[in-house]
Design a protein around this ligand. Structure first.
Ligand code: SF4
Length: 500
């Protein structure tokens, strides 16, 4: 049993809510999907129009019903009616035109599935990414894979390339795995929350969005925007990340969802949070539900009450600080040190492990360092890695044409602050590249050599793209300053070409 305090103002009564529920376990991708759950009311709304065979995945635990509710913590019937009406009217007039909102009036199953696929792709892309950024990605994605059947035939490499720059690559992998699973089962697109939840990567939020928008199942959605709007409407200042508080947001959203237009209603609530009830500057005077908003009402009576203090701000967990060395290894063609060749060779790219951060993506050879280190230590670590992984040994089978520290930058992941030291290492291999490649032990490390043109057109992560851009700029500066590259027989220097 847990007790949640809903602090409504300095001088308002503090009411308590007794919760006798357990939360669902979830391994889905967003914080909300990991922590939230539908109450059994939601599950009771399963569509019964299309009987599907039982899927093989184990059932997820779902929340137990609330046995007792404090009626004061819910909206009154009158409020529910008014909020639904006001929000839908506002949404009909003001909704943004977004490609995933295009709909067909056809009731054909095929059209609904197409819509469901579009909603799924857009919702996954929209997690942690701005709408304006997503539009472009979404359009390119739908051009390449217009239906779930097209996506199911794609490779992970293609999907990662298309996703490059959006971050959270695990989500792209789940989209692909989910598409393959749905197509392989041959039962059509799952059309209820409970069936959708069995698809890899689909949590409560995404399931609710797809089921309500594409299949009109009367189920709610709760994302960051919805939490903010509900917290302000009910002046809930409890920690929005607490499982018991999240549970209550689901309960309130379930109460509000419109039974005739569930998808539109859910989108209207999210849209309100995105464009009117924003985190820092809510536009309360233009808000269609301001007359039902407790935070706004209190703020009008007491200047010390700010609507933006709802919900409570939660401090982010401290980021881990990592330091890494990225060594951009460029191998020049030819096998004679004195031979003049074109300045651009091929670059070594390494595939990351299939698990963990940026799983299965390509990067330049990189090593995580033991904290901040000097350049000598970084170079030693890089040499050791190159020798062990690719049998590249400047004292033995290759010569260093150029070795320069190019700079450093900080790359932020959700939970890691990664400082990357970038080094350019230009080599020529004795006996030529082809012989060296032939001799490589295939081992467990997956890697390849690509030329600059291929590299530029590959879908690289933004971190890898930053490294490559730094190297390109550095090389350009050298060229501007030194003229053409001049490879000296003995040297590891690039000298200025004689102007004469
Ligand atoms: S009145 Fe203001 S705080 Fe309340 S829901 Fe509307 S925009 Fe948000």
């Amino acid at each position: 049993m847990s007790l949640v305090l809903w602090n409504k103002s300095l001088f308002s009564a503090v009411s308590s809510l007794e919760l006798r529920t357990s939360l669902s376990s979830s391994s889905r991708s967003t914080p909300f999907e990991q922590n939230s759950s539908f109450c059994s009311l939601t599950m009771d709304n399963e569509r019964k129009t299309k009987k599907k065979k039982e899927r093989q995945l184990p059932e997820k635990k779902t929340a137990l019903p609330l046995e007792e509710e404090d009626i004061e913590d819910l909206f009154s019937e009158k409020e529910v009616k008014k909020i639904r009406q006001s929000l839908l009217q506002w949404y009909d007039k003001n909704q943004r035109e977004l490609p995933w909102r295009e709909r067909s009036e056809s009731d054909k199953e095929e059209e609904k599935e197409k819509r469901a696929y579009g909603v799924w792709v857009s919702e996954v892309m929209l997690q942690q990414t701005r709408v304006q950024t997503v539009i472009d990605y979404y359009n390119r994605w739908m051009t390449k894979w217009p239906t779930i059947h097209h996506l199911a035939k794609a490779s992970l490499e293609e999907v990662n390339e298309m996703w490059a720059g959006l971050g959270y690559y695990r989500r792209a992998r789940f989209l692909l795995e989910g598409a393959k699973m749905i197509v392989a089962e041959g039962d059509g697109f799952p059309n209820t929350v409970s069936d959708l939840r069995k698809v890899p990567g689909i949590g409560n939020y995404t399931a609710g969005a797809i089921a309500s928008i594409a299949f009109k199942e009367v189920v709610p959605v709760v994302d960051g925007n919805v939490i903010r709007v509900l917290a302000r409407l009910k002046a809930i200042s409890a920690n929005p990340k607490d499982t018991s508080t999240v549970k209550n947001f689901w309960k309130l959203a379930t109460q509000l969802v419109d039974s005739c237009r569930p998808g539109d209603f859910n989108q209207s609530l999210m849209e309100l949070g995105a464009v009117i009830c924003t985190p820092l500057n809510p536009n309360c005077t233009s808000c269609p539900v301001s007359d039902k908003c407790q935070a706004y009402s209190m703020s009008k009576c007491d200047n010390s009450v700010l609507v933006t203090s709802y919900p409570m701000k939660v401090l982010k967990a401290r980021q881990r600080h990592d330091v890494s060395a990225a060594c951009v290894v460029e191998i020049l063609g030819g096998n004679d040190e004195s031979e003049r060749t074109q300045p651009d060779g091929v670059f070594i790219l390494v595939k990351r492990r299939d698990e963990g951060l940026l799983a299965g993506l390509w990067e330049f050879p990189s090593i995580i360092l033991d904290g901040e280190t000097d350049i000598t230590t970084r170079r030693e670590a890089a040499e050791c890695f190159l020798k062990k992984s690719f049998n590249l040994d400047p004292r033995n089978n290759c010569s260093i044409i150029l070795r320069e520290d190019v700079g450093e930058f900080v790359h932020i992941f959700s939970h890691i602050r990664l400082k990357v030291h970038v080094e350019l290492l230009v080599l020529r291999i004795k006996g030529g590249i082809d012989k060296w490649v032939e001799k490589q032990d295939k081992g467990t490390l997956s890697w390849k050599c690509v030329d600059g043109g291929t590299l530029a057109s590959m879908g690289l992560t933004s971190g890898v793209r930053k490294v490559y851009t730094m190297v390109q700029k550095f090389k350009q500066k050298r060229l501007d300053f030194c003229g053409l590259w001049e490879i000296k027989k003995q040297g590891s220097r690039v000298d200025r070409k004689s102007e004469s």
